[in-house]
Design a protein around this ligand. Structure first.
Ligand code: UDP
Length: 496
């Protein structure tokens, strides 16, 4: 692009200010921060807006009040209240009540943030929100922010499954789920056959007593909002920025495009643009404290492609039985391991001590290993010693492993994780481990089998090829990069 054109484009985009609103969950905040940085890199302004409970964890020093904006690395951060400023406690709080509260309290307090940004000379031009916060669009419009977009932080195959479920294929899904066979197949338009276990788990909920029964009505509302066929209101469409790329989910994107204004912009991962990102000190401002243990130095001492990295993300809890099975597998596999066991995985001190003992024994009987409470996952996955990722298959973890070329053992638990595991297998970069019992425990022998299967030259070669595909999608001229630039340009010109 000629320099003058580029300058002109940047000036135009300077006018765009994206406010990205999220839930207080790491799996939402992390991709929101990556997207914000991507907007800023393209010359726009971006502010990430998180609930007060998350803001306090991200900026705990007390120097920033929740009524102020703070800036880090060119990105603004602001807080809104979801009505749970002390945090949501899974042990006592109720999801359905949370959804009602966040809508009521969030609508009021987000309006305050929008006014504050406008009065401060940084009016928002586009409100972006992660899953299931559709009220953000209403608040935005009431405050003269015309453009809105959903940042879809799950695979677009999951969105396609939700779409087709609510558009004529509910019966087929319900019948397959009712068969109680996780391998029963479902045929949805434009998608390859999916087994029940490959679909978002919420689609298989049939009882109103299920703690996640509140989810489907929420998705139904979202699909109504996104479906262009319903949109004769004359209002601009709600864009969906999907954190995926064409080579990975081309069929699902094609199956949605006639119905939804979906734009593939992923993988949205800052380290793909800024190599220093994986070399600099741990990424700050997570919702968890980074472990001070020098796990990166420890990784440095290990041969290339030798280490098994194990993490089940930011919210899944590993049962005691699961911890024991993983420890037994690592003792026998004779491969060094780095294992994330979050503090909130333990009930009490006694529990923590028992887990510590299991990890130490596995490290001693096997080829060495360590546990950390929280690490800088992209830096771990980028480390040459890491040869395999045992993951619950959250979408962020899945994208990070693909972008780093690390083979995967998938141990999905719920929501979109089964769909992500299906994608991993389809791409040939990993295997889905079989689980046993009602509580879905991954047993030692099966884990060992899977680790051996994916730490092979063939899987490593496929993972390396997908790493290149991911990098190409977001490089200058790549499909996702062009689509995101075009989206920013469209927002900039519609709000001129
Ligand atoms: N993560 C991290 N350090 C850890 C464990 C996880 O930085 O020790 C990050 C990981 O890189 C990912 C996010 O936490 O970006 C987890 O999101 P994901 O969608 O994989 O799972 P969720 O936590 O939402 O279940």
């Amino acid at each position: 692009m000629a320099r003058r054109d580029k300058q002109q484009q940047q000036q135009q985009q300077q006018q765009a200010h994206f406010l990205i609103v999220t839930y207080p969950a790491q799996g939402h905040v992390t991709p929101a921060r990556h997207l914000a940085r991507r907007f800023v890199r393209g010359g726009a302004l971006a502010t990430v807006c998180v609930p007060v409970s998350a803001f306090r964890k991200m900026f705990p020093t007390g120097e920033v009040g929740v009524e102020e904006e703070v800036e880090r690395g060119g990105v603004g951060y602001a807080a809104y209240s979801d009505g749970y400023d002390g945090g949501f406690d899974r042990a006592v709080d109720d999801h359905t009540r949370y959804m009602a509260q966040v809508r009521t309290v969030g609508s009021r307090t987000l309006a305050g943030v929008l006014r504050r940004l406008r009065d401060g000379g940084r009016p928002v031009t586009c409100a972006v929100y992660t899953l299931l916060l559709p009220w953000v669009a209403d608040v935005a419009r009431e405050n003269d922010v015309v453009a809105t977009a959903v940042f879809w932080i799950q695979p677009v195959t999951a969105l396609a499954a939700y779409y087709h479920y609510f558009r004529g294929h509910r019966e087929a899904v319900v019948a397959a789920a009712a068969s109680r066979d996780p391998c029963a197949e479902v045929h949805l338009p434009g998608l390859p056959p999916l087994r029940v276990r490959d679909l978002p788990s919420f689609l298989a909920i049939t009882s109103d007593d299920d703690p996640f029964a509140f989810v489907l009505p929420e998705f139904s509302g979202l699909i109504n909002l996104l479906d262009r066929r319903g949109g004769d209101s004359g209002e601009p469409p709600t864009y969906v920025l999907a954190n995926t790329f064409d080579a990975m989910e081309g069929d699902s994107l094609a199956s949605l495009r006639p119905h939804i204004e979906v734009v593939a912009v992923g993988p949205v991962l800052s380290f793909l643009h800024d190599a220093d990102e994986t070399k600099s000190v741990s990424s700050p401002n997570d919702l968890f404290d980074h472990d001070s243990v020098s796990y990166l130095d420890w990784l440095d001492t290990k041969p290339d492609w030798s280490v098994v990295y194990i993490s089940f993300g930011s919210s899944s809890v590993m049962s005691k039985k699961q911890v024991a099975e993983i420890a037994a597998a690592m003792a026998e596999a004779k491969k060094p391991f780095l294992w994330v066991i979050r503090k909130d995985n333990h009930n009490d001190e006694e529990d923590a001590a028992a887990v510590k003992k299991l990890v130490a024994a596995a490290a001693m009987d096997g080829a060495g290993g360590m546990a950390v409470e929280w690490c800088d996952q992209p830096r771990v996955l980028s480390h040459p010693s890491v040869g395999c990722f045992v993951t619950h298959c959250g979408w962020n973890s899945t994208l990070e492993s693909v972008a780093c070329g690390v083979p995967v053992v998938a141990a999905p638990q719920y929501s979109d994780q089964g769909t992500n595991a299906w994608l991993v297998e389809r791409m040939g970069v990993g295997v889905r481990a079989a689980v046993r019992g009602q509580d879905g425990v991954l047993e030692a022998e099966e884990l060992r089998r899977c680790v051996d299967a994916v730490m092979s030259e063939a899987t490593a070669a496929r993972a390396a090829a997908w790493k290149d595909e991911a990098a190409a999608a977001v490089a200058d001229g790549g499909g996702s990069e062009r689509s995101l630039n075009e989206f920013v340009r469209r927002i900039s010109t519609t709000t001129d």
